[in-house]
Unconditional design. Structure first.
Length: 351
């Protein structure tokens, strides 16, 4: 651990960079956020809460509020996927996949990156922001986009059959991803956020060997692209992805946003602490929505304790959904604020 005897207060950008690089942040950065459904329920109270506990990130990923999957009813997105939502404010499901029939592939056109994001407006926003927050750009989905276009069951069958249509679609999506990432890298962003859920509650969605053959090399090229520009890579994946975390470490991913309770807090610290920064997804399946403030606080203390031997390498990343009581949201933010100052002196509060 590096020694920082006079650790001054930092702005958000420096705090996040130091956390990602294990270089002595003053406190654990706050990356917690809310879903549209939570804002629909709590409104201004949520804004007040985050004014009290400010976020250290400026996330420029496609806004939840503009994603048609969060809207009520049946809506088609720019990719041609038709979403149905009966619980607006939480992501719905796709009921029509534009490439469910491979016959449509020859006439299908992917959108241009500029159709997804107004890069000129974002550039202007960054320029006017003063850049005190850590600015996180978007890489768009890859595997998820594949099965959103084709259908999940179809995609799994296609991967086993290894047909020419699937290879063509993967190539098209990879080309789009590279062009999209390059456009983000033209902006003054600090990092790029990759989003692809690869896990179920029990394990990977596909065989790890197949993942390493078909997707690992493509991710490596994208990670290298971002790193050559001097930016960080942050990768999000829900589910039990333990078998491919070493692959993310090897390819140089800077930070991994995972379900720490599902994977095991102590195991993550023991096996990967110091090798990759963890954006700790506060348990949003049971503790955050249905636990008491005490259980929320104890869960977060457990996470802090597990990574307390490192001088960085931990970011709070709790998702506030519509089921999360404001008292639990406040407890999450308060606990990180109270106990998350470096050096993390867990002996002060552990029996």
């Amino acid at each position: 651990m590096k020694i920082h005897p006079n650790r001054p207060k930092m702005n958000s950008r420096e705090r996040v960079i130091r956390a990602l690089e294990f270089d002595g942040p003053d406190r654990i950065p706050n990356g917690c956020y809310w879903l549209p459904g939570a804002f629909d329920k709590h409104g201004e109270e949520l804004k007040c809460l985050f004014r009290e506990f400010p976020n250290d990130f400026c996330q420029l990923v496609a806004s939840f509020s503009t994603h048609v999957g969060y809207r009520d009813g049946i809506n088609k997105d720019i990719w041609g996927c038709v979403w149905k939502n009966v619980n607006p404010g939480v992501l719905g499901r796709i009921i029509e996949h534009p490439l469910s029939d491979w016959g449509n592939l020859s006439i299908y056109s992917l959108p241009d990156p500029s159709e997804l994001v107004d890069f000129h407006e974002i550039e202007k926003s960054i320029r006017n922001s003063g850049h005190e927050l850590y600015i996180l750009g978007d890489s768009e989905n890859f595997f998820e986009r594949l099965h959103w276009l084709r259908g999940y069951a179809n995609t799994l069958i296609d991967l086993m059959n290894d047909g020419k249509e699937l290879r063509k679609l993967i190539d098209l999506l990879f080309d789009f991803k590279v062009r999209y990432i390059k456009r983000w890298l033209e902006l003054d962003v600090d990092g790029v956020y990759f989003l692809d859920d690869w896990g179920t509650m029990a394990g990977l969605m596909i065989n790890p060997r197949l993942w390493r053959e078909r997707f690992g090399p493509l991710y490596k090229q994208m990670v290298d692209l971002v790193h050559r520009s001097g930016r960080h890579v942050i990768f999000h994946s829900d589910g039990h992805i333990l078998k491919i975390i070493p692959d993310f470490v090897e390819m140089g991913v800077d930070a991994l946003n995972v379900q720490v309770k599902l994977l095991g807090v102590d195991m993550l610290s023991r096996e990967f602490g110091g090798k990759i920064c963890i954006l700790a997804d506060i348990d949003r399946q049971s503790i955050l929505p249905f636990g008491t403030p005490d259980t929320v606080s104890e869960h977060i203390k457990e996470i802090i304790r597990a990574f307390s031997h490192l001088d960085g390498g931990l970011v709070s990343w709790g998702e506030i959904g519509p089921e999360v009581p404001l008292t639990n949201a406040r407890t999450m933010l308060e606990t990180f604020a109270k106990y998350g100052r470096y050096p993390l002196k867990v002996t002060d509060w552990l029996s």
